[in-house]
Design a protein around this ligand. Structure first.
Ligand code: GAR
Length: 209
């Protein structure tokens, strides 16, 4: 059974979706860089170990990441799932977890890397928006995309409504991708990502009107 750690900074609705999905892997721990994150309460309610590692208490990114790395090793983690974890990770940490660390981002990558994605989509007048689950690499929001949730932007949409609608998609696709990894349906190999034994050339797409 795959051992999973979830890294959070905030509300943790994606963590909740992962808990509720009853994955065939086990969420062995949740790390937050913010002591007050509601995600910690969600984890505790589900009986999952938590660790608060406050980035402010460390002189630089690498020493903060080293402490997280050690915690992940202590929990014997196989898969790291970033779920609203709002810290940029050091190249060394990313390298150590290459092919074993996922992120979810609220845009259809490669569009709108970084912050304020919903506002930027509205500013541009895009027809489509959504979220992407991808492997984490040293470059921000640039690792291979595995799945995307796609929605059609309506004239009535605001930043808030888009955030809510994207969250619905996130809660659908993130547990699905994690389960594919737990079950071996999705495999990271040195040459390619395989989905059901075939090279995954494009992210799998889930659409919502
Ligand atoms: C999610 O929308 C996720 O896509 C985003 O943070 C939110 C966390 O929500 N992540 C990023 O922007 C990462 N670049 P949650 O705490 O309710 O799961």
């Amino acid at each position: 059974m795959l051992k999973i750690a979830v890294l959070v900074s905030g509300s943790g609705s994606n963590l909740q979706a992962l808990i509720d999905a009853r994955l065939s892997g086990q969420i062995v721990g949740v790390i937050s860089n913010k002591p007050g994150a509601y995600a910690l309460e969600r984890a505790q309610k589900a009986g999952i170990a938590t660790a608060v590692i406050e980035h402010k208490q460390y002189p630089d990114r690498e020493s903060f990441d080293d402490v997280m790395h050690q915690q992940l090793l202590d929990w014997e983690v196989d898969l790291v799932v970033l779920a609203g974890f709002m810290r940029i990770l050091s190249a060394k940490f990313v390298k150590a977890w290459e092919g074993k660390m996922l992120n979810i981002h609220p845009s259809l990558l490669p569009h709108y890397k970084g912050m304020h994605t919903h506002q930027r989509v509205l500013n541009t007048g895009d027809v489509y928006h959504g979220c992407t689950v991808h492997y984490v690499t040293a470059e921000l929001d640039a690792g291979q995309a595995l799945a995307q949730g796609v929605l059609t932007v309506s004239h009535q949409d605001s930043v808030e409504s888009l955030a809510n609608r994207v969250h619905v998609l996130e809660h659908l696709i993130y547990p699905q991708v994690v389960e594919w990894i737990c079950s071996g349906t999705l495999q990271h190999t040195p040459n390619a990502v395989l989905y059901r034994g075939q090279v995954l050339a494009q992210p799998l797409q889930f659409c919502q009107r």
